[in-house]
Design a protein around this ligand. Structure first.
Ligand SMILES: Cc1cc2nc3c(=O)[nH]c(=O)nc-3n(C[C@H](O)[C@H](O)[C@H](O)COP(=O)(O)O)c2cc1C
Ligand code: SF4
Length: 336
């Protein structure tokens, strides 16, 4: 019988529950550009709540990238110092923490929004180098690994997608070729650095001519073969629309968890302890991620563990998501 608070092995990590905090924008800066105290408090509240693993908000590499003003980037002066304080907070409570890298527009030095079809071979090498160097920066800052976001509508989700990628060289065409850009990155990081590599990937693209469940499964197996330690499933739209409000990818995640030997995380719309335990105990799924519930109530896991509540205060109104801040507009919390 699986329990939310089982102590588990996740990749090489020993974690204290099956609940993973998935990334969220939260880089409020104070006036002098250093992280605001509220961000440190938020991490402390989440880390000490009994969470298994924390994923950071996403970082970009170019300050002109699409979401840069809501998030942060690995190349600002002080990144290593600021985030070393954040990772120390997680480690104080024995919680591993991954730094998430997400590039929306890629600037290859010639074009600030170069498309997957137009990027040159040298541009691809530059992209891969940027990601590999970001992984090193994460390591310097004390992160236990990197989460490479190739889901939602980020650059890599387009690059691997036949809907967008019509390249005729070895980075286009069959599944393996479209995945090559990422597989090479994963292999270089795993062979050279001692860090965990997680990849965030859409379970299903939803576009005609895009990536369906079968191809997504093939991609996950390639990631496993090339050394990825874990996979976070997501959806093209972060709102996970379904008629009954449930997660749409349970059957797929069940099959994927059964068919691979790496840790698979399913997230989106989970809010209820009994429902999560039911999913854990009726499928092969081992890990569930949550994001908005931590905005509404950063320490809800304390009450879940004590048995004093089994839901969270998040009503999934999505205001925090659409306003791009980690503040709950219903419960008035800002995680401090
Ligand atoms: C305020 C906010 C910010 C988010 N920022 C990120 C982010 O930086 N990186 C990311 O991969 N997902 C981000 N997400 C998406 C969540 O990680 C998650 O996939 C999505 O909200 C669905 O999960 P949930 O229903 O548990 O919230 C964000 C969500 C919210 C609410
Ligand atoms: S603003 Fe809405 S979606 Fe966001 S945490 Fe609060 S209740 Fe949940």
């Amino acid at each position: 019988m699986k329990n939310i608070f089982d102590k588990c092995k996740f990749g090489n990590f020993d974690i204290q529950s099956r609940i993973i905090r998935s990334g969220m924008w939260e880089s409020q800066k104070s006036e002098n550009g250093i992280l605001d105290q509220a961000v440190f408090n938020r991490y402390e509240n989440i880390a000490k709540s009994g969470v298994g693993l924390i994923n950071s908000e996403f970082f970009c590499i170019d300050p002109r990238d699409r979401f840069a003003k809501y998030s942060s980037n690995v190349n600002y002066k002080g990144f290593v110092k600021d985030y070393n304080e954040i990772t120390n907070i997680a480690h104080k409570y024995n919680v591993p923490i991954l730094g998430q890298l997400a590039i929306f527009w890629y600037n290859d030095g010639l074009n600030q929004k170069v498309t997957p079809n137009d990027i040159s071979f040298e541009g691809i090498r530059r992209f891969q180098t940027d990601v590999i160097l970001a992984a090193k920066k994460f390591e310097f800052a004390g992160f236990d690994g990197i989460q490479i976001n190739m889901g939602n509508n980020f650059y890599l989700s387009n690059f691997i997608n036949p809907y967008f990628n019509q390249r005729e060289d070895k980075y286009g065409g069959k599944t393996f070729n479209r995945m090559r850009i990422v597989l090479e990155i994963v292999r270089v990081i795993k062979k050279n650095y001692d860090i965990h590599v997680n990849v965030k990937l859409n379970a299903n693209d939803g576009r005609k001519g895009g990536i369906g469940f079968d191809e997504s499964m093939e991609m996950c197996k390639l990631l496993e073969e090339y050394g990825a330690d874990s996979i976070q499933l997501t959806s093209r739209s972060n709102t996970f629309p379904t008629s009954d409000g449930s997660n749409p990818f349970i059957d797929y995640a069940d099959k994927l968890s059964g068919d691979t030997n790496i840790s698979i995380i399913l997230g989106g719309r989970f809010n209820d302890k009994d429902n999560i335990e039911n999913v854990l105990n009726t499928t092969n799924i081992e890990y569930i991620s949550m994001s908005k519930p931590f905005v509404a109530e950063p320490d809800f896991l304390v009450n879940w563990k004590a048995g004093t509540s089994s839901e969270t205060k998040c009503i999934n109104c999505k205001n925090c998501y659409s306003k791009k801040v980690s503040t709950c507009f219903v419960n008035g919390t800002d995680n401090v």
